[in-house]
Design a binder for this molecule. Structure first.
Ligand code: HMG
Length: 386
């Protein structure tokens, strides 16, 4: 029995910042951002969207009447939680009208949270092959105006269904993981922006990648020659390139070319969206699926990294039923319909924060199906316009 990713959908709001505009405003060379960082645009998340609504807007595309009753769990990976006690998964479950006889929990370990969800789901479906698990990665990546991290902001959500006989990727059982207490990036409870030791975080990312890749090879006896492509956690797309370059010399010349071509395919969407923390690896996987020329049974390697730090290398093979036409169309329409913000609009949107008292938000600039309408009696109020 094969178990893996059956569906994979993405959502982010249509408002975005062109990073050439950001470069000019911050007195940087545009090529530093476009080439040195590997980003072109970044999603800007309005105050009417939070981790719950981002997730709902993505998940509504993978949950419908054909699978609603099969979903046994919602595993919600996020580091942009809206409550210290109640999980975002409970709110999401209600918005999606999922039945009550399911488990719904939030998982946190920086950008690694959704991968923990995918692996727990994989094991669960192995025991319950008639069931599906909904896995979410939803976040808003914020470092602050005029900080070195600003160019690596972004946000959005991915929603995956993990099932038996999946239509996209059959996950292999072998996986290699590692966790260590490291202060490379963190966000204390009192802060809305992350703290980061930028260069150090890049080094830890590459060190973790090399360690889990080594471990995976020892376990499986597979080598780089067994892989058609790699998908990386992409806090900014140059980071994945640094990871790939660390192992590329292990491949033949022809294969190096193929891996680089497929890497370009895997960073296309992320380049235009920015970091979405927990969802970044899966947006990159979606980008690879939609923009590379993949064939059934080809093997893909996935590297998930969450600061703090935890990393995992795992793999899967393309399913026989693999079909990406609908997703390609969705992304083409989405990118065409985006709204480019001026620097002033971006800075205003970025600085709008939810107050800690009752508020009714202005929804006129947010056409999403699920929106946050405000706060009443310390409770977030959500609206489904569907
Ligand atoms: P910086 O100090 O502004 O940039 O911060 P830099 O001076 O290091 O330059 C960046 C690159 O641009 C360099 O290339 C320059 O040479 C190049 P590199 O040496 O890295 O290959 N460059 C140019 N290239 C072409 N034309 C030019 C030009 N000028 C310079 N004219 C930094 C960069 C990434 C550190 C900063 O943006 C930052 O702190 N970002 C946030 C941290 C981050 O994303 N870390 C990644 C690893 S940790 C992770 O992935 C986890 C995370 O997602 C969180 C989680 O787990 O929850 C972040």
């Amino acid at each position: 029995m094969q178990i893996g990713i059956d569906q994979l959908a993405f959502y982010t709001p249509k408002t975005y910042l062109d990073l050439v505009d950001l470069a000019h405003a911050r007195g940087e060379e545009p090529d530093k951002y476009r080439i040195g960082i590997g980003q072109s645009e970044q999603a800007v998340i309005p105050v009417t969207q939070d981790a719950v609504t981002l997730a709902a807007n993505a998940a509504v595309r993978v949950v419908d009447d054909t699978n609603r009753d099969k979903i046994a769990m919602v595993l919600f990976g996020t580091e942009s939680g809206i409550d210290n006690s109640k999980s975002a998964a409970i709110y999401l479950k209600r918005l999606l009208k999922l039945p009550d006889n399911i488990r719904a929990v939030e998982i946190k370990q920086a950008c690694y949270g959704a991968t923990a969800g995918v692996q727990f789901a994989h094991d669960y479906v192995r025991l319950h092959p008639d069931k599906q698990v909904l896995v979410i990665g939803a976040d808003i990546a914020r470092y602050g105006l005029k900080t070195p991290g600003e160019v690596t902001q972004g946000g959005g959500a991915v929603a995956l269904t993990i099932s038996a006989e999946p239509k996209l990727l059959n996950l292999d059982d072998a996986t290699a993981f590692r966790s260590e207490d490291i202060m490379d990036f963190w966000r204390p409870l009192y802060r809305t922006e992350a703290l980061v030791d930028g260069r150090f975080s890049e080094n830890v990312y590459v060190d973790f990648f090399k360690a889990v890749w080594q471990d995976y090879q020892q376990q499986t006896k597979l080598t780089i020659g067994d892989f058609t492509a790699f998908a990386f956690h992409l806090p900014f797309t140059k980071m994945g390139l640094k990871g790939l370059r660390a192992i590329l010399p292990e491949a033949s010349e022809d294969q190096q070319k193929q891996l680089m071509t497929n890497f370009e395919a895997s960073r296309q969407y992320n380049r235009q969206v920015g970091n979405l923390y927990t969802g970044s690896l899966y947006l990159s996987l979606r980008s690879l699926f939609d923009n590379a020329d993949l064939k059934p049974r080809q093997r893909i390697g996935l590297f998930s990294y969450g600061s703090g730090a935890e990393g995992e290398f795992f793999s899967g093979t393309i399913s026989d039923a693999f079909d990406v036409q609908a997703s390609r169309r969705w992304f083409t329409d989405f990118f065409r319909s985006r709204q480019r913000l001026t620097m002033t609009q971006y800075e205003r949107l970025f600085s709008q924060q939810l107050p800690d008292h009752d508020v009714l938000l202005d929804l006129s600039h947010d056409d999403a199906r699920f929106v946050l309408t405000g706060i009443k009696h310390d409770q977030r109020q959500y609206l489904d316009r569907g």
